[in-house]
Write a protein that binds this ligand. Structure first.
Ligand SMILES: NC(=O)c1ccc[n+]([C@@H]2O[C@H](COP(=O)([O-])OP(=O)(O)OC[C@H]3O[C@@H](n4cnc5c(N)ncnc54)[C@H](OP(=O)(O)O)[C@@H]3O)[C@@H](O)[C@H]2O)c1
Length: 236
């Protein structure tokens, strides 16, 4: 990590910011991306001189191109940015059903493609998925399929981009920024259900996912893998 550049599209909060904290503590420079300037500014102020930021929307390829044009070099890339609607096929509009693919799948695909000219020869990439890919917690077929597709994308990109390594992190339910934005009763009900459905009996923490991402950055013989920091959810 020392002296390396870690680029995090979606680094202004949540799991991305936890990865940024660990990378800076390990001696890296970090470049944060997200849509909200004030959030990025606040995150960078906390991280200090090693952090810089640029506004980016991962659903807009021109915005992603401008973001990577402003970055000198990418040693490690993490792409947790996404905004989407989750729900049953019978209830969602087509636009809502497409939204996980638009932002979470194609957003990450385009981020990797537009980062290519800046990737170091020994770079590593970690894509963000979610453990719903292997065990759907509720009726949300497009979201489930999107996460399964991202895990396939990681394997496909690992083949194409080698020796650049590409891996995927696929967390279970995490008690952090994303869930804090949802109504309290929904949050508590989901955490109770998730706690009953995994082996460790609780939701995860953002730092526990960040540890998995840092491992994948550093794991020089690991590529095409998906890691599940999910408390054993997929097994229960
Ligand atoms: N937390 C969980 O329980 C959980 C479980 C499984 C998977 N995940 C996945 O983890 C990822 C991140 O979640 P998190 O928990 O870290 O939540 P988070 O704090 O909401 O992080 C998402 C970050 O991405 C940015 N972002 C959202 N849409 C964007 C876009 N179109 N372009 C650029 N930046 C965008 C957000 O900032 P702006 O809004 O300012 O752009 C925010 O900083 C998501 O893909 C989610 O599916 C989370």
């Amino acid at each position: 990590m020392n002296g390396r550049t870690v680029v995090i599209v979606g680094g202004g909060s949540g799991i991305g910011l936890e990865v940024a904290r660990r990378a800076v503590a390990a001696g890296a420079r970090v470049v944060l991306g997200g849509r909200t300037e004030s959030r990025l500014r606040g995150a960078a102020a906390e991280l200090g001189e090693a952090a810089s930021w640029h506004v980016v929307d991962n659903t807009d390829q021109e915005s992603l191109a401008a973001f990577f044009a402003a970055v000198d070099r990418v040693d490690h890339l993490f792409t947790p940015a996404a905004s989407y609607t989750v729900g049953p096929m019978r209830e969602l509009s087509d636009e809502e059903a497409h939204s996980p693919f638009v932002s979470k799948f194609w957003g990450q695909y385009h981020a990797v493609r537009l980062a290519l000219p800046k990737l170091a020869p020994d770079a590593s990439i970690v894509l963000m998925s979610g453990a719903a890919s292997v065990r759907p917690p509720a009726a949300a077929p497009a979201y489930v399929a999107c996460n399964a597709a991202i895990e396939g994308l990681g394997r496909g990109l690992a083949v194409e981009l080698a020796p650049i390594r590409v891996n995927v992190v696929s967390p279970g339910t995490i008690d952090g920024n994303l869930w804090r934005q949802r109504p309290e009763e929904v949050r508590q009900a989901s955490f109770a259900q998730y706690s009953a459905q995994n082996l460790l009996g609780r939701p995860g923490r953002e730092g526990e996912v960040a540890e998995a991402v840092m491992f994948l950055f550093a794991a020089t013989y690991t590529t095409g893998s998906t890691l599940y920091p999910d408390g054993g959810y997929a097994l229960r």
